[in-house]
Design a protein around this ligand. Structure first.
Ligand SMILES: [Zn+2]
Length: 409
């Protein structure tokens, strides 16, 4: 047994911080939470003094690309390095992400099932992973990796990641079954282009027909998998909501029609705005990407504010990978500094709300009796300065499943 004692506790529910708390852990679970003075130490328990820190639930990023290293074709086709070197780099990224207090990550395409198994076996350190493996889109959509010259990747970039490019409802069903067979815990698809997609296919251009999307959602749910859908605006955004996806990724133009946000709130669709990736895109060297990112910025922030006001659950996700792997808490900073969320709202978006989006709220996302002991202790007060979570030196301790992963003096 372990007793984590003396920290100010933010439990992830949004309740006020409890000063001088104690969290008692037995094995991988929390068995008691309360004021340190009133929570007895079980005999023989190891007592860990966390005075001067704020203790949070392990942080969760619901949209990362841990296996990606860039947007260029050399990276997308995995031609830039031997597979062994790429894999070792990914292992380093997984370790770094955990080190920064992120104990769970939903990967939004590009990471194969071997990494999850390696983490689960204890072979390499890393966050708990929920994988989508491949993004599913039609020909010409985001999963179409053909080069502008018309050349194709000389071979499958990675045989453990099936091509996600598929057309027609029956083929879409088969593709969902294939990615599930290969280890997908969530289904990732796209119904629109994006800021970084090729010229001529942007945020308002639709991917997939209604019949294809109905088949995708029905088959995913039949397989017990949720659907995370890249959708920015235009008819593809509406289609995604109408056919019943579980989360909207990016959702930069949710305010385009007055019924979209109420529909999200009614259906309980999660909103993962991924503000941080657009900070990068607004300075992108490709003129069409920069122009799109700048044009959508106002609508994106307006979408976040109106969604929150309407009671939509907003969830943190960085969409990192294509532009490197900065600290994942950069998304929480954007939520506060750009979108005007309170630090407490941003922290809930990266803990309890994110666990709900994963469907793992019974085990993760809050510090309470019965939950898995995923914890992060940070020096300072993230409720007054969210930036403390971006400073590696301030992340004093990370615990995953009751095991202390890292500890800094
Ligand atoms: Zn993404």
């Amino acid at each position: 047994m372990k007793v984590f004692k003396g920290a100010a506790l933010f439990d992830g529910t949004g309740s006020p911080v409890q000063p001088d708390a104690a969290v008692v852990v037995d094995g991988d679970r929390i068995v008691e939470v309360g004021p340190a003075a009133a929570t007895p130490h079980p005999p023989g328990a190891e007592v860990i003094d966390l005075s001067g820190t704020t203790l949070l639930p392990g942080l969760i990023d619901c949209h990362d690309h841990l296996g990606h290293t860039g947007y260029g074709l050399m990276d997308r086709w995995e031609l830039d390095a031997p597979p062994s070197l790429r894999h070792l780099r990914v292992a380093q990224t997984l370790s770094d992400v955990l080190d920064m207090g992120y104990t769970s990550v939903r990967d939004a395409a590009g990471l194969d099932a071997g990494f999850k198994e390696a983490v689960d076996e204890g072979l390499i350190p890393g966050p708990r992973l929920t994988l989508s493996l491949s993004l599913i889109s039609p020909t010409g959509g985001l999963a179409d990796l053909k080069s502008p010259s018309g050349h194709c990747c000389p071979g499958p970039p990675n045989i453990s990641l099936p091509s996600g490019m598929v057309d027609g409802p029956d083929a879409v069903r088969a593709k969902v079954r294939e990615v599930v067979r290969m280890g997908a815990g969530v289904i990732k698809c796209a119904t629109t282009g994006g800021a970084s997609s090729r010229p001529g296919h942007g945020p308002f251009d639709r991917e997939f027909t209604r019949q294809e999307m109905q088949a995708l959602v029905e088959e995913s749910h039949a397989q017990g998998r949720r659907v995370m859908c890249h959708a920015l605006g235009g008819p593809g955004l509406r289609l995604a909501l109408e056919v019943g996806v579980d989360s909207i990724e990016h959702g930069t133009h949710l305010t385009q029609d007055p019924d979209l946000i109420p529909m999200m709130a009614d259906k309980g669709v999660f909103y993962v705005p991924t503000l941080l990736v657009y900070v990068y895109h607004r300075e992108n060297i490709l003129p069409h990407v920069k122009a799109r990112a700048r044009a959508l910025h106002f609508h994106h922030l307006e979408s976040v504010r109106k969604a929150l006001d309407a009671g939509v659950t907003v969830v943190a996700g960085t969409d990192a990978g294509g532009w490197g792997h900065p600290p994942n808490a950069g998304e929480l900073r954007c939520m506060v500094e750009e979108a005007g969320m309170t630090p407490a709202q941003a922290l809930v978006a990266g803990t309890r709300a994110a666990a709900q989006c994963l469907g793992h709220e019974a085990d993760l996302g809050v510090v309470e009796k019965g939950k898995l002991a995923d914890l992060v202790a940070v020096e300072g007060d993230p409720l007054t300065d969210i930036n403390v979570l971006l400073d590696r030196d301030r992340i004093k301790m990370v615990v995953k499943g009751g095991r202390v992963h890292s500890r800094r003096p």
